[in-house]
Structures are given as structure tokens and as C-alpha cells.
Design a protein around this ligand. Structure first.
Ligand code: COA
Length: 253
């Protein structure tokens, strides 16, 4: 558990809020595990009919904490991607409840790749999606190499996932992975409205239909593991370690 993740149940909606504003919601190991537990514990809970992931004003999340990446990349023992991130990714792949993302500000790395596990994405006009994996010497994660090209087409996915181009809320909507674009001060109210709309539907019929719409979890989990093995190797590469160090040095300068 960590105070950087706040989990609140509002009637049938579980709202998972990332709250580490001073670090733009960069995700620590404890944050991943707490988010994962909040998703997992909702699965068998019939009272929860919808999940929401949100951030703070101006930051959905800056992605994995780069200090943690640097530690893992320079650790003496061979290591795959830090396990806590994998724990969250597995929870997302196995999740059976409708999942809404409410994105204001930066959504970096896993902050963008988790959109493709969501069922409904509400972005503010200030949302900025980016996956700088390759610029960091890494490779895509979270089954994004499978889900993103399927959702938005190979060419757009290449520009985002490989070239690391930032995608605005409007471009995300045109690409098809953002449902709605709203003013930043409207995002909370709009998210609650959409969540209530989903909760009002017959839960069993929603669950069956959602399952039909999505790739089977086994397919996602297989790709997540494949990506993770490559990600773990890349994290230890000179390209990656240099990129982590230069981000952290930039901030310390
Ligand atoms: N890991 C660790 N710390 C991070 C971080 C991350 N991923 N992202 C931001 N931070 C920290 C910064 O070091 C800074 O800390 P400091 O105030 O102690 O120096 C603080 O959060 C604010 O970040 P800052 O860069 O000043 O904010 P910004 O608004 O100018 O830029 C970002 C925001 C997200 C664009 C920028 O911080 C960034 O590029 N972060 C790295 C994102 C990344 O590569 N994530 C990994 C994806 S795989």
C-alpha cells in the first residue's frame, strides 16, 4: 500500500487515483502493486461494476520512475522488467470490469499503453500521450505492440510507439483510442457521468459483451511476457542506461 494511490469506491464505481504530483505521478513499485491490488480485488466483487483510473490535474502519469529503471538497469543480477510493473500489466490483461481512463496532462509510457486495456478514454484538452520507449533505448511493453497497431493501425502505431511522437487528445480521438475530449475542469464530472452510464447497464450482459470485444487474456499475457523479456534485456543496454542517467542528470543540473 502507498499513499500515492488513492482507491475510493463511489457506489458501484471504483476510482483509482495516482497521486504523486511532485513527480508528475511517476510510478513506483508500491504504486504499481497498489493499483494492481485495487483492480484484482474488484474482480469477484459484484458491487463494483466499473473501474476508473485517474491522475492529478496536469499529470495522468509520467510513466515508470526512471530512478527505478536506472537501478534495475545497473543492478548486479540479471533482471527482467521490475516485477511490480508486470503485476499491474497482468491485472490489466486479466481485468473483466469496464475500465475508464480519465487523462489530464502527461500520459507517458505505461500511462499511454494502459489506454489500450481501457474500454473508454476521456481526455482533457491538455492530455499528451507519449511512449518514448525507443528514445530510452527500450522496447514497447504492456502488449502495446499488439494492441496499439490493432486499435489505430500500423502506421500511426509506428509513429507513436517507435518514433515516440506525442499524440494530443484531439489526435487520439481521431486515431480512435480517445472517446471524448473535454476541458480540464470538466474531466471529473464527465468521467462520473460515463461511469454511471456504464453502471446502469445490465452487468452480466456487459461482461459477456466486453469479453467478446477484447482479445483473450492469454493472448495479451503471452505478448506481455515476450515484451518483458526483451524489455529486461534492453534496460541493461548501454543505450538505455545512458538515457536514464541523462534524464536524471538533467533534473539534477
Ligand atoms: N521518473 C522519475 N522522476 C520523474 C519522472 C519519471 N518518469 N518524470 C518526471 N519526474 C520528476 C522530475 O525528475 C522532476 O523531479 P524534481 O522536481 O525532483 O527535479 C519532477 O518529476 C517534475 O518533472 P519535470 O520534468 O520538471 O516536469 P515537466 O512538466 O517539465 O515534464 C515530463 C514532464 C513527464 C514530460 C518529463 O518529466 C519527462 O519527460 N519525464 C520522463 C518520462 C519518461 O521517460 N518516463 C518513462 C517512460 S517508459
Amino acid at each position: 500500500m502507498t499513499e500515492n494511490i488513492v482507491v475510493s469506491d463511489e457506489e458501484a464505481v471504483r476510482i483509482i487515483t495516482m497521486r504523486r504530483a511532485d513527480k508528475k505521478n511517476a510510478l513506483t513499485q508500491a504504486m504499481y502493486l497498489t493499483m494492481s491490488a485495487a483492480i484484482d480485488s474488484a474482480q469477484a466483487n459484484d458491487a463494483i461494476r466499473c473501474l476508473v483510473i485517474a491522475g492529478v490535474p496536469g499529470a495522468f502519469t509520467a510513466g515508470n520512475d526512471l530512478e527505478d529503471f536506472l537501478k534495475a538497469g545497473t543492478a548486479a543480477s540479471d533482471t527482467a522488467r521490475p516485477n511490480a510493473a508486470m503485476t499491474l500489466l497482468r491485472s490489466l490483461a486479466n481485468n473483466t470490469k469496464p475500465l475508464i481512463a480519465a487523462v489530464d496532462g502527461v500520459a507517458v509510457g505505461i500511462g499511454t499503453t494502459m489506454m489500450f486495456h481501457c474500454d473508454y478514454v476521456i481526455a482533457s484538452t491538455a492530455a499528451k500521450f507519449s511512449t518514448p520507449f525507443i528514445k530510452l533505448g527500450l522496447v514497447p511493453e504492456g502488449a502495446s505492440s499488439l494492441l496499439m497497431p490493432r486499435a489505430i493501425g500500423h502506421h500511426r502505431a509506428f509513429a507513436t510507439l517507435v518514433m515516440g511522437r506525442t499524440v494530443s487528445a484531439e489526435d487520439g480521438q481521431a486515431a480512435g483510442f480517445v472517446n471524448q475530449v473535454v476541458a480540464p475542469d470538466q474531466i471529473e464530472a464527465e468521467t462520473r457521468k460515463v461511469a454511471r452510464e456504464i453502471c446502469a447497464l445490465p452487468a452480466e450482459a456487459v461482461a459477456i459483451s466486453r469479453k467478446l470485444l477484447k482479445p483473450p487474456p492469454e493472448e495479451l499475457l503471452k505478448r506481455i511476457e515476450q515484451e518483458s523479456a526483451l524489455f529486461g534485456e534492453r534496460m541493461r543496454s548501454k543505450e538505455a542506461v545512458t538515457a536514464f542517467q541523462s534524464f536524471l542528470a538533467r533534473k539534477r543540473a
